[in-house]
Design a binder for this molecule. Sequence first.
Ligand code: SF4
Length: 436
Amino acid sequence: MRYHIVTLGCAKNVADTERIARVLGEGSHHEVSEPGSADMVIVNTCGFIDASKEESVNTILELAAAKSDGQQLVVAGCLTALHGAELQAEIPQIDAVFGAEDWAGIGSYVQTLEPVRLEEPPLDIPEPARTPRPSAYLKISDGCNAPCTFCIIPKMKGKLHSTPADALVAEARLLAAGGVREIVLVAQDSTDYGRDLGLRDALPELLERLSDAVPEVPWLRIMYAYPGHVTARLAQTMARLPNVTPYIDIPLQHAAESVLRRMKRPSNKRMVRDMLDTLRQAMPDISIRTTFIVGYPGETDDEFEELLGFVREMAFDHVGCFTFSPQSESPAAHEPNPVLERVKKRRQRQLMEVAQQVSIIKNRAMVGREIDVLVESMSAGPMEGIGTDFVVGRSYRDAPEVDGLVLLRGTHAPGDFVRSRVTQSLAYDLVAEPVG
Ligand code: SF4
């Protein structure tokens, strides 16, 4: 059977799509790059905030409208975990609905279709949709035990459930055998890994095992750490292991203790400062990414100013900022004193302006330094002041899809690691040339 997967949402959904493709691949089904040439189209939905719910529904409606005779339309992922039955009732073209992480269910469903539905796969198997990429996500756990008031992920994904280390080591080896040069560890809270397996602070051990298992993978990267769960032992382990990038993503969400308390997030500012100090002492060149929410109900000008001051002082390498979006399923949606949309937007703009100033200063300090660049793709065309003779890559400082890029002069292939010298800095990106 020929199938096509549409992936919406976050890195964890990308990892889930990889697992759906692996299950179907084991059943000798072929992935195609166009929904129009597929016997089955699978939509891996997102339900995190209203905008992503809307995008998921619109995508399903588009595919339903374009559905050809006999084609299957299957919907899975986070949105179906919350609203699967309603979706199927309102969009009758949907043939089957699966919750989040139900890859095996999709595999069994396809088997039920096999005898009646499908003619012999054509000899000319269309080109595989999934070209080997230099980087892949490894989802180490899903679900979450934290009580953040604005978040509905525990409702969609349930409590923390970790994948046993043996299975993760096997998956990492599979990715390495497929030519992956970077493995990005993702979860709702990567630093709570293994707690449901009776383990404490188990991420350092997992890193140790992965580092040993795939020494040929130069970059193991940690994303989605939780402020209260980043330990000194984790920092030391990251610093010691040769193929763990000195990089960490720790969504902090806010910096005013009063707002953090209302969010039911770790609200001890001293703890956050100490955690950042510990990481920077263990790895002076560490690149730290974080994310904030502005416009949380009741957020005052003073609380916002406190956040701005913190962003300036802590000088994060990369910052993401969302405006608060009330999710009817979350407690925060029912909190008093909503902040006006235009105030939220203004605060988001102000915060990103401060973060950009920090990024400009940090990037300027990179000029003249040597870095390894992981090449991801050819240039998408000329760039003003840069020309055309470059490829697009990243340094250890940049996670895929969310952080900066390195524009590397010359011709190099995706997956190449090129020792380079930074020759120019831009607001978020760098320009470099190969050395030697
Ligand atoms: S830690 Fe993250 S996933 Fe868990 S409830 Fe909080 S925001 Fe949601």
